[in-house]
Write a protein that binds this ligand. Structure first.
Ligand SMILES: Nc1nc2c(c(=O)[nH]1)N[C@H]1C(S)=C(S)[C@@H](COP(=O)(O)O)O[C@H]1N2
Ligand SMILES: [Mo]
Length: 423
């Protein structure tokens, strides 16, 4: 059930997210604070009679064992644990919607969680079912499907599939999880078994998992074939059907960082040192660690700048958020404050391998109020953040608008005000 403090977007099915400041108050997101994203009612499964069916419909793959009781999954396979982000592709959709209307539930910035999961490795299960990894055809030709009988809004069941290259990636431990935050999975989050795919949008982490099927094509379920895709900006409600056919299913989420405190519209106060405290989360793409998060404060309104990015829709380049970002991109290096990072190094399961980091990185910074904010004496300001990863990728300044409002990863902009001109 949604906690009292959740913002409920819909009750049936349950869709809800916690307040942003609560979200970033702990490195691990407690079960109480995890968002809920459901396309249908919860499925009630009985742990005692639970049986995971595994099969292959691909000519090239013959399996030898076809079903696994929950106790078998828990006892016959090494228990693997992992701290990972679970993020809905629609996280931050409201921001994209403000630039130009998009379709879908208007999520804020909390359709994301960072949890400890434990369970069996997908690869261990597939090997035990008879999959011979060294005899597989090209990994791109096979897909692992995860299915449940749950009746959904847009399809008669819920399913997702992963190309083998993601499902069997040795650096990306895809789990069949029976524990979340050291307790059995809760009914709302997929009891008794769910898929957890690090680095991949939440839609592929199927809850109440009942069947795994290997096929030589990807899932044609609504949520794989006709939703969760980054359509080109020219796609409209009338033309989207054609574009959906041509656009690949979204898998990995992008490099992102989001200011969660203060919240949009919040009245700011200065601390004893004349600074504003900013907190948020950053997530890498493909498990690449966060190197730094830079934050800045600018007085509003920003000077009008001429948009140079011709790939963006005119609606986007005339939006206030875009202008603030474009202005921020011209600031001198000295205008930015490097945030302090917490990637949970002491948390068991947080650092997966030497190179990969699937959990989020929390950031916090005290930004000294700049001279231009003081000189202008205007009460309205914007706080801005962007992240850089250890491979040198910088968060994109402006995400391209897309009709389904997914994968929003523009520089974070939060507008706030001082209760009077800054002294
Ligand atoms: N069976 C099932 N699995 C599902 C969904 C669903 O509606 N049904 N929603 C997916 C989506 S879109 C997301 S973002 C995550 C949300 O997981 P949570 O509700 O545990 O936070 O579950 C995924 N798995
Ligand atoms: Mo989602």
């Amino acid at each position: 059930m949604a906690a009292e403090h959740h913002h409920v977007l819909s009750k049936q099915p349950l869709n809800a997210e916690p307040p942003p400041d609560v979200l970033v108050s702990t490195f691990l997101t407690s079960n109480r604070d995890v968002y809920h994203r459901n396309h249908g009612e919860f499925v009630e499964l009985d742990a005692k009679s639970y049986n995971l069916i595994v099969s292959s419909e691909a000519d090239a793959v013959r399996l030898t064992k076809s079903d696994f009781a929950l106790a078998e999954l828990q006892q016959d396979f090494p228990k693997r644990d992992l701290v990972t982000v679970l993020s809905c592709a629609g996280n931050r959709r409201t921001e994209m919607d403000h630039e130009k209307e998009v379709e879908g539930l208007k999520w804020g910035t909390s359709a994301i969680a960072n949890c400890h999961f434990a369970g069996a490795m997908l690869t261990d299960l597939l090997k035990s079912a008879g999959l011979e990894l060294d005899k597989l055809p090209s990994p791109e030709s096979l897909h692992i499907h995860f299915e449940t009988s749950q009746n959904c809004e847009d399809d008669s069941y819920y399913a997702a599939s992963l190309p083998l290259s993601i499902a069997l990636d040795p650096e990306r431990p895809t789990l069949l999880a029976y524990e979340m935050n050291h307790a059995p999975l809760e009914p709302a989050h997929g009891f008794p078994l769910r898929v957890v795919v690090p680095g991949v949008i939440g839609a592929r982490s199927v809850k109440w998992l009942e069947r795994i099927v290997i096929r030589d094509h990807e899932s044609d379920n609504f949520y794989q074939a006709r939703d969760y895709k980054v359509l080109p900006p020219e796609a409209t409600p009338d033309t989207k059907a054609e574009y959906l056919k041509k656009t690949p299913a979204l898998m990995e989420f992008p490099l992102n960082s989001v200011i969660c405190s203060p919240a949009e519209g919040e009245m700011l106060s200065l601390d004893g040192e004349g600074a504003v405290t900013v907190k948020g989360y950053a997530v890498g793409t493909s498990g690449i660690r966060i190197e730094s998060v830079q934050v800045a404060i600018v007085p509003l309104p920003v000077l009008s700048i001429r948009a140079t990015d011709s790939n963006l829709l005119p609606e986007i380049t005339s939006s206030e958020a875009y202008k603030i970002r474009a202005h921020a991109s011209t600031l001198l290096a000295s205008a930015w404050t490097k945030a302090t990072l917490d990637e949970g190094a002491k948390e068991p399961g947080a650092i997966t391998t030497a190179n990969k980091h699937w959990g989020w990185t929390l950031f916090s910074a005290q930004i000294a109020v700049s001279d231009d904010v003081r000189q202008l004496g205007k009460p309205e300001v914007a706080l801005i953040a962007y992240a850089t990863d250890v491979e040198g990728h910088k968060q994109e300044m402006q995400t391209n608008w897309n009709l389904r409002g997914v994968a929003e990863a523009s520089w974070s902009v939060v507008k706030c005000r001082f209760n009077s001109a800054v002294p």
